[in-house]
Design a protein around this ligand. Structure first.
Ligand code: COA
Length: 154
């Protein structure tokens, strides 16, 4: 499997990105400003992530997705590790990520990859998404913000 930057002339992997974010318009807005990377296996794109510069020295992992048939095989972890290495290479000091209060597996995954919870954006998903979202029997209302210091400071 190879992870590489998606070229500007390539079609965006919308089907994958929609697994992580149900809003095509929100996806489009961060694709316009961020950089999309893809995991390729036998000429098929099976995973993707998007890095978006947000504040000075700070970049956010705004989308990460693995095709359903390839989930649970360590590809998500590899994509996150690649995103962290990429952010370091580009000189960022902090990488952030946000996920729903109901995204139990993702909260486990990000913490296993070195992210620490730093805040809660209350009612983010109520304010920004038209449809109600449920996962694990929990309504997704709040965005849990996680962050990782890329210079190793505590
Ligand atoms: N408790 C503890 N650990 C859990 C867990 C849970 N409930 N659910 C998952 N994990 C852990 C796994 O155990 C594994 O860690 P391990 O190697 O230590 O066992 C890790 O999280 C998942 O690893 P991996 O196989 O690399 O994940 P993946 O390839 O399935 O990718 C996603 C993860 C989230 C990218 C993928 O499931 C996906 O595309 N989901 C849909 C889109 C999405 O939700 N994106 C994120 C939006 S915030």
């Amino acid at each position: 499997m190879k992870i590489r930057k998606l070229r500007l002339d390539e079609t965006k992997p919308m089907e994958l990105l929609l697994l992580a974010d149900p809003s095509p318009s929100i996806i489009k807005s961060y694709l316009d400003r961020g950089e999309c990377y893809v995991a390729e296996l036998e000429n098929r794109i099976i995973g993707a992530y998007v890095l978006l510069p947000t504040r000075p020295h700070t970049v956010e992992l705004v989308n990460i997705a693995v095709a359903e048939e390839h989930q649970g095989k360590g590809i998500g972890k590899k994509l996150i590790s690649d995103a962290i290495q990429n952010a370091k290479k580009h000189g960022y000091k902090i990488i952030e990520v946000g996920t729903g209060n109901s995204s139990i597996n993702q909260l486990a995954l990000y913490q296993k990859c070195g992210f620490q919870m730093v805040g809660i954006d209350k009612d983010f998903f109520i304010k920004h998404y038209q449809e109600k979202i449920y996962e694990n029997g929990i309504q997704c209302r709040d965005m849990i913000r996680l962050s990782q210091d890329l210079e190793g400071r505590v």
